[in-house]
Design a binder for this molecule. Structure first.
Ligand code: CTP
Length: 398
């Protein structure tokens, strides 16, 4: 009963995936939630209100002008006592209405008049999902702190294949449990670095690495989900900023260092996930280097500052978490790195397994020893890491 007594409004919009909302409703009720259902007119064409009423054990709402609400304030009343609104499936048209702040149907009005968080699980044809208008709407919703769960790629009801399929009911349930679960980092300030750095060779060329930034972004997201006030210092990546996270873009290791130095003092936790370039080019050219046929080119490299080691050596350092990407002898290198940088906690992974992938396999190292987290999607590992580090923080900050 992970959601015991939690008051959730489950909204359904028109789409084949509405049948999965029936399953989601069943899972929510089973987890102990009190589920109120609101359906758009289009949704009632895909699954009957009777089905949703039977599964939720409550009357279903679909009309803005429903006379069952005593003071005719249904558009406000029905979401007032809710702790979360979940819209699954969320059609392209519904996302457009939401992004525009429309209140032309009951569910849109309830979303507009809400006081609680909103989670939407998009479901639509791949072309509709990829259309610039939908992407614009999704970006606007993200900026408004609406949580977007999915969509996933795969076979679609229309016969096409691609992005747009609604994620499974069990996955949506997991997102809901995280959102409504205990806030292990409430009141904590967390600083995260992520992604690669770029070290200029000349005005158009850089030295960089293959870090995608996905693990760091997952850590930032997991920390925010755990109630922290999160700042993400990011190298150049093409990832959406997690909801509620303050992001600062940097390019070189020195810029990342400056950004971290300016923010580390007030932080409770520093998680250094960035793949910081160990070296930068000393003899960087002011103009584009021209090819000299037959002649080689020598780049002279000098060491970059070690950002994590600097933070860990501050007079009153935040709780520091390092990441180690190794290609062999994981445990040995991880232990050495943790000792050398004086870190209470280090997360180690095999670089070749993690790079660019949605999944990773991580082992944590602390004073008590080794804690394998297994292989899982990066967000799940990030959530485990956050739970682990939260358990290591002093009970009360002095
Ligand atoms: N790190 C950092 N600044 C650097 C280099 C690394 O903050 N200039 C941080 C990374 O974000 C990571 C940890 O240090 O959390 C480990 O980085 P890694 O490059 O694996 O460690 P190194 O000590 O540089 O060892 P290696 O020889 O394996 O590169």
């Amino acid at each position: 009963m992970t959601l015991k007594g939690k008051k959730i409004l489950l909204g359904l919009t028109g789409g084949i995936a509405a049948y999965k909302a029936a399953e989601l409703c069943r899972l929510l009720v089973k987890a102990g939630a009190e589920v109120r259902i609101a359906m758009t007119q289009a949704a009632t064409r895909f699954v009957t209100p009777l089905t949703m009423q039977a599964l939720s054990g409550q009357p279903v709402w679909s009309d803005l002008w429903d006379e069952r609400v005593p003071d005719a304030m249904g558009h406000i009343e029905l979401s007032r006592d809710r702790e979360l609104i979940v819209v699954a499936p969320a059609s392209a048209d519904f996302l457009a209405r939401l992004a525009a702040g429309r209140a032309s149907d009951l569910l849109s009005a309830l979303c507009l008049a809400r006081r609680c968080p909103l989670l939407v699980a998009p479901a639509m044809n791949v072309e509709m999902w990829e259309n610039a208008a939908t992407q614009r709407n999704v970006a606007a919703l993200r900026a408004d702190a609406v949580r977007i769960a999915g969509p996933a790629a795969g076979d679609q009801a229309c016969g096409e294949t691609g992005m747009g399929r609604m994620i499974e009911a069990a996955e949506i349930l997991r997102e809901i449990e995280v959102l409504l679960g205990p806030k292990a980092l409430a009141g904590k300030r967390v600083l995260v670095t992520a992604g690669p750095t770029q070290e200029p060779i000349d005005p158009v060329r850089v030295l960089t690495n293959l870090s995608s930034g996905k693990m760091g972004y997952a850590v930032a997201r997991a920390a925010e989900e755990a109630g922290a006030d999160v700042t993400l210092v990011s190298g150049p990546v093409s990832l959406a900023t997690p909801p509620g996270v303050a992001r600062l873009d940097v390019s070189t290791a020195q810029e990342m260092f400056d950004a971290v130095k300016a923010r580390a003092r007030g932080c409770d936790v520093f998680v250094s996930v960035a793949a910081v370039s160990d070296y930068r080019v000393r003899n960087r050219a002011a103009r584009k280097i021209k090819k000299r046929n037959g002649e080689g080119l020598t780049l002279e490299l000098e060491e970059n500052p070690d950002i994590l080691a600097w933070v860990a050596r501050m007079p009153k350092p935040p709780f520091c978490v390092g990441f180690a990407a190794e290609s062999e002898k994981l445990a040995q290198h991880a232990r050495e790195k943790r000792a050398m940088k004086k870190l209470p906690l280090l997360a180690a992974n095999l670089a070749q397994e993690a790079l660019g992938s949605e999944e990773n396999s991580i082992t944590l190292f602390d004073d008590r020893g080794e804690h394998p987290l297994g292989r899982a999607p990066k967000i799940e590992l990030a959530r485990k890491l956050v739970a682990h580090l939260a358990g290591m923080l002093p009970a009360k900050k002095r």
